[in-house]
Write a protein that binds this ligand. Sequence first.
Ligand code: BTN
Length: 265
Amino acid sequence: MENLEQLIEDFIKKSSLFSCVEVHKILESTNTYLLKNNFPSGCIVIADQQTAGRGRRGRSWFSPPGKNLYFSFLLVNPPLDPSTLPRLNIVMAVAVAEALGKLGIKTSVKWPNDILINGKKLAGILIESVFEKDKIKKLVIGTGININTDHDDFTTDILTIATSLKIATGQTWDRNSILLNLLKNIELWYNVFEKGEFYKIRDKWLQYFEWKGKEVFVSSDDTTIFGIAAGIDENGFLILSLPDGSEMKIISGDVSVRRKNATGN
Ligand code: BTN
């Protein structure tokens, strides 16, 4: 871990996005830690273990010690229009998928920002914001990647939906080098986003989107909508083709693919 801090500090010296790093053995949640404390913009917080790791839509994130990656970074007063926030999910998903791709690991993306291997979840991203009037005051971007989790570490219910790099590839991976590569990739794609070239990120994301053309269900708090996943638009919204031939844009929700049952229906 000390080695990791040094590696990241060396990288940060040349970085236009990141400014400082803290490495912890244990934290409640790296997102919560950045939200609760006052750090400078660009600060990265990494934990070996989280006692209350959080996922999207109020879910928890499985965060045992010694195996995986849990980290977040903070942007203070980013010069971003709040309407561009959904795009950031796409930016992050592309950064993670591309970083893993460079290591020869083939992943796919599930809208908006889940990273899958063989249809099971490998990584998730949680973006949280604090507003002052209608301006973004704080943006916390947290990423969790299941790296060396073994089969037996997962509870049976998580095992049906989640995987790790070790389970998927049969080998143990070096967390530090994955993290370092990922930070470089986040910076790279964030710069593309800042330049207003979201179309490049969207094109990349679509290359990883294996559910294009598939029948999906999109559920939010109280509704489930059925349709065909057609892609994403220039805001990062999911485009759904509905059975009546119309199109619907989805801003947030959980997408699941419709599986054929044994009778083929
Ligand atoms: C999701 O897919 O539901 C998002 C999962 C995000 C997990 C990461 S782990 C690091 C950071 N700290 C948290 O509490 N959550 C994010």
